[in-house]
Design a protein around this ligand. Structure first.
Ligand code: NDP
Length: 481
């Protein structure tokens, strides 16, 4: 059976423990490969390789670093089909989505930061009258840790690695043990692109073992983490006494506010996508839908009709809209929230059932599920489910919907549908979220700051924000006569 090996110092290697984890194909519910179960010994080996590579990589010219990142971007593009198939096999997402979104975005991440680093400049402040000139140097931190989740595996893995490398750091990275395959394949691509050995090291295994070893390593000075809020809390507790720099991109429970004056047809089709894309397993999905009362009944009918048309099935088939959930435990978790919704008085307007797909009877399939709720404070409307489940309820006033939208502990993103400019400004300013989309969803310009507030995270990624995170600012003050 295929083994997913660690990638350390430019070479694939087995874990010290010689222990292996099962890697599942969620569309079939079958083990199809083995993952290195790494421990602190493997992380130490990766750290040493990264440490040795740092002096040279951090002094490589910007042009050369940029060229290597652009080459990685091109190689990802050239291998799009193979990488997309690997992603679908590992994650269960529709192949069409992996081809259109995940892998192109992984390539864009390297291309974007390959260009961004050539434009990354620092400030100078002349203190006129004091005869001093201050200038800021932004220096790479050293060895940094990047830890990513399973929902957008290569997309989010590269979103961290690319700026870390562009800024001149060397990296010890860990993808989710649930979806390690494309990160594994990236090692070979980096070698082909001429990335010097030791600059990127990829360690596989569980969060509590390999992940924890990265976070608690005293000489890995910065951690960029994307994942659940509980894990983020744990990482913050571990890292804080060592004063590590932390970027935490955490969970969400994002509201979708629909006003009667919106472009209805556009809103309807985008709302189907923002609810169920990637089986609802995107931190930015709009999982709480609030609809202005005057169009609520119409929306309910039309939304259910559109969602009924979505095909749940084998992710490799071209007409599949909803593939498999990522794992059996995750499927069970999502199903338990559907049961909870019923206990809480929610009405299932559509879905709610596991689906048996012919030829893939053991796969983890679930119908897209729409739950009408009565109380915005019920648990199903407050806790992150991270599956193909949305709640809907009506509202009457802006004040009321803002109160409900802001009632959760999360603050990642929000979507607003209206054609009223005054309302756009008023509501956007009051929504407690790091990102507000108006009349669109998941529209990303990589130069913009990305991140959440409240329990959705600390810090911003994207554009120069990411390059700032992965560097330390040093002010040099020169007195002249
Ligand atoms: P987890 O928090 O379970 O895992 C994320 C990563 O952290 C995985 O690589 C995991 O390893 C690792 N990990 C787990 N425990 C530790 C630990 N103690 N120390 C170090 N690393 C650890 O999240 P999921 O993978 O389940 O991802 C889903 C979550 O991610 C959702 O809450 C979602 O909202 C959030 N997310 C946030 C995004 C954002 O930008 N804000 C974007 C995408 C997702 P392993 O899997 O091997 O256990």
């Amino acid at each position: 059976m295929k083994k997913i090996l660690n990638f350390i110092n430019g070479a694939y290697c087995e874990p010290f423990s010689q222990d292996w984890l099962d890697n599942y194909n969620p569309s079939k519910g079958e083990v199809y490969s083995k993952i290195a179960y790494s421990s602190s010994e493997d992380v130490e080996k990766a750290y040493q390789a990264a440490k040795d590579a740092f002096p040279s990589w951090s002094n490589t010219t910007i042009e050369e670093r940029s060229m290597i990142l652009l080459k990685i971007a091109s190689l990802i593009e050239e291998n799009l089909d193979a990488l997309a198939e690997a992603e679908t096999l590992d994650n269960g997402k529709p192949l069409s989505l992996a081809k259109a979104v995940d892998i192109p975005r992984a390539s864009s991440n390297f291309r974007f930061f390959g260009h961004a680093i050539t434009q990354f400049a620092s400030e100078a402040h002349e203190s006129v009258g004091l005869n001093t000139m201050n200038f800021t140097i932004r220096q790479p931190i050293g060895v940094v840790g990047c830890i990513s989740p399973w929902n957008l595996p290569l997309y989010l893995f590269t979103w961290k690695i690319a700026p870390a490398l562009a800024a001149g750091n060397t990296v010890v990275a860990k993808p989710s043990e649930v979806t390690p395959m494309t990160a594994y394949l990236l090692g070979e691509i980096c070698n082909q692109a001429g990335l010097p050995k030791g600059v990127l090291n990829i360690v596989h295994g569980t969060g509590p073992s390999a992940g924890q070893a990265i976070v608690s390593h005293p000489d890995i000075k910065a951690i960029s983490f994307t994942g659940g809020t509980k894990t983020g809390e744990h990482i913050a507790r571990t890292a804080a006494p060592m004063f590590k720099k932390l970027s935490l991109e955490l969970g969400g429970k994002n509201p979708n506010l629909i006003f009667a004056d919106c472009n209805y047809e556009k809103m309807l089709s985008v709302t189907v996508r923002s609810s169920f894309a990637n089986q609802g397993q995107i931190c930015l999905c709009g999982s709480r839908i609030f609809v202005e009362k005057s169009i609520y009944e119409k929306f309910k009918t039309d939304f259910v009709a559109k969602v009924k048309e979505l095909k749940v099935g084998n992710p490799f088939e071209a007409d599949t809209n909803i593939g498999a959930l990522v794992s059996k435990p995750h499927l069970e978790k999502v199903k338990s929230y559907i049961d909870l919704a019923k206990e809480e008085g929610g009405k299932i307007l559509f879905g709610g059932n596991q689906v048996t797909v012919e030829g893939s009877e053991n796969g983890y399939y679930l119908e897209p599920t729409i739950i009408e709720i009565l109380d915005y404070q019920c648990r199903v409307n407050q806790e992150e489910i991270f599956g193909p489940v949305v709640t809907i309820m009506p509202f009457e006033t802006e004040e009321e919907v803002l109160k409900m939208a802001n009632s959760v502990k999360y603050g990642l993103s929000a979507t607003l549908w209206t054609s009223n400019l005054d309302r756009t400004m008023r509501v956007s300013k009051q929504l407690e979220a790091g990102i507000v989309w108006v009349n669109t969803w998941l529209n990303r310009d990589l130069r913009t700051p990305f991140g959440g507030i409240k329990s959705s995270g600390v810090g911003r990624e994207g554009g120069f924000e990411a390059l700032k995170f992965f560097t330390e600012a040093k002010n040099v003050c020169i007195k002249y006569d």
